[in-house]
Design a binder for this molecule. Structure first.
Ligand SMILES: NC(=O)c1ccc[n+]([C@@H]2O[C@H](COP(=O)([O-])OP(=O)(O)OC[C@H]3O[C@@H](n4cnc5c(N)ncnc54)[C@H](OP(=O)(O)O)[C@@H]3O)[C@@H](O)[C@H]2O)c1
Length: 311
């Protein structure tokens, strides 16, 4: 995958993708590039207005793009269920679990989960499980790609305190939620491998550091103008573009040699910039017992069971 860019994405005509959090940052670019290469793309966005605006911008930037927005709030399982129930596509080839929040002050989802764990992991766990029947019907090249972060290295999932009731630390909560993304991919990959005749592949990606709205969401929420400004400066001088940051997820979704449980990111030796490679990951994200435990807890908390992959 040396030198791989978005122009290397193979033709996606006839395929359908769902991209969560597609109205801004990496999700927007992912959706645009998939659409530019012929896929029909459904933008899962929590704001209908921002979703419709993104669809319009994609059509302007990629004429002929087949995109539509649908409401999806990952902080509310009722909304996740409604999105899956109303999913109209007769097929689904790619699910890109991209939406995310980072280092928020303590908040809870509509269902009472800690917000970062709830949105980044549980919402996507539920969505993937609900869309699984469609993904399993898809042809070769079907993928579930979950966007994690290199910052997962800063914290493992604590099975006794998934919602961080014993003292909330916002960056630790983020790191744990991103470790959960990888553990989820690990266990999903394991179950897909074990199921007979399944072509669906579960992989993950991280963007390095890319200039998006992610960093300013928390300062904005708290009205902390100085912190917001600091994040803007970081984005301007140190981050790579969202176009560059999206390449690992696009490779995981469309690359030719993607295997179960692969994790792509920009090279560490390139200071987390450049074309995607198979990325280093914390050993705890490859732990089978932890993966099974998180899976069981996620099924219990969301009420979504992966019947087709039960073991
Ligand atoms: N940028 C980086 O350097 C970086 C580094 C490592 C990992 N990542 C990961 O990359 C992914 C994309 O983030 P980004 O950098 O592109 O940030 P972004 O520009 O802030 O985009 C995040 C997207 O997620 C959506 N979102 C937030 N809460 C949601 C909810 N409850 N339901 C549905 N959608 C929701 C946002 O919607 P609104 O616009 O409505 O808020 C937005 O569309 C995240 O998973 C993040 O953890 C990013």
């Amino acid at each position: 995958m040396k030198g791989w860019t978005a122009s290397d994405i193979p033709d996606q005509t006839g395929r359908t993708a769902v991209v969560t959090g597609a109205n801004s940052g990496l999700g927007f670019v992912t959706a645009r590039e998939l659409a530019r290469h012929g896929a029909r793309v459904v933008l899962g966005c929590r704001s209908e207005k921002r979703g419709a605006g993104a669809a319009e911008r994609i059509r302007a930037q990629a004429p002929g793009a087949r995109v539509e927005a649908a409401p999806l709030d990952l902080a509310d399982l009722t909304s996740v269920r409604a999105f899956a129930a109303e999913y109209k596509g007769d097929r689904l080839d790619l699910l890109i679990n991209n939406a995310g929040v980072m280092a928020l002050p303590h908040r809870r989802t509509a269902d009472g989960f800690e917000m970062q764990f709830g949105v980044n992991h549980l919402g996507h766990f539920a969505l993937t499980g609900l869309l699984l029947p469609k993904l399993l019907e898809a042809g070769p090249g079907a993928r579930v790609v979950t966007v994690s972060s290199f910052m997962h290295m800063l914290g493992t999932v604590d099975p006794r305190d998934l919602n961080m009731e014993r003292g909330y630390r916002r960056w630790v909560a983020y790191a744990r939620s991103k470790s959960a993304n990888l553990l989820f991919t690990h266990e999903l990959a394991h179950r897909l491998r074990a199921a007979a005749g399944v072509r669906l592949v579960a992989a993950a990606a991280h963007p390095g550091y890319a200039a998006t709205n992610l960093m300013s969401a928390a300062p904005k929420m708290e009205g902390h103008r100085a912190k917001e400004r600091f994040m803007e400066i970081g984005n301007r001088y140190f981050a790579q573009s969202p176009e560059q940051g999206t390449l690992p997820a696009l490779y995981a979704a469309t690359g030719p040699d993607v295997r179960q449980d692969d994790f792509f990111g920009p090279p560490l030796q390139g200071l987390l910039r450049g074309s995607p490679i198979r990325s280093a990951r914390a050993r705890w994200t490859l732990n089978d017992t932890a993966g099974r435990g998180l899976w069981a807890a996620s099924e219990r908390l969301t009420g979504v069971r992966y019947e087709a992959l039960a073991n």
